[in-house]
Design a protein around this ligand. Sequence first.
Ligand code: SF4
Length: 235
Amino acid sequence: MRNHYLQRMGIDVWVPRHDTAASEQPTVQEAVSELEPSVSEAAAAPTADAGWHWDELAAKVADCQLCALRSGCTQTVFGTGDRQARMMVIGEGPGAEEDRRGEPFVGRAGGLLNNMLRAMGFARNEVFIANVVKCRPPNNRDPQPEEAAACAPYLRRQIELVAPDVILAVGRVAAQNLLQTQAPLGRLRGAVHRLETRDTPVVVTYHPAYLLRSPADKVKAWQDLKQALKLLHAA
Ligand code: SF4
């Protein structure tokens, strides 16, 4: 089944042949099987920190006018998924379709993210998906630093409440904001970072919208997802 989703991601799955040369090559199929068992079990309950709980947090976001993005969006996009998930997926901000539907990562990029998650063994509703900013930046531009800073307490509280074992930062903007760095994506991928505030491991990968434009990098994205799976198994 995972091979199906790897193929849906656009990654070739090689079935091993029985000749010697081919059998010496590790295949994606073998690499996937090493990641068993399933990682979809629910995590332990999140720490009950003081502060906003889910309902209050969602209401604060829905009413928020703290930055200029609110005046240009249709609605806030709070986040979706399992509030006790072992993994959080964090992107940069809502696009046009997300703004219209009020849900992060929908449309073609959302479909690819779903396949990436499936390849890891997760249904979409088994992770928690959120963005750095909850309102759509106009013309899909990057959020300005002051906009990301204004919205940061909401994401910080979501991370506190979910208390994930791993955060998957998708795309440069999400990674740079989470890790408070200006380093390019290419330098952030391939390493395990830590959230300063919680010591939560952060794995950086490509945004699915980028992968739709650059499918050759899907194999590298799969390496990132495997890194996240290893961390989940070790947690
Ligand atoms: S982007 Fe965040 S801080 Fe800005 S108005 Fe929307 S919810 Fe508030």
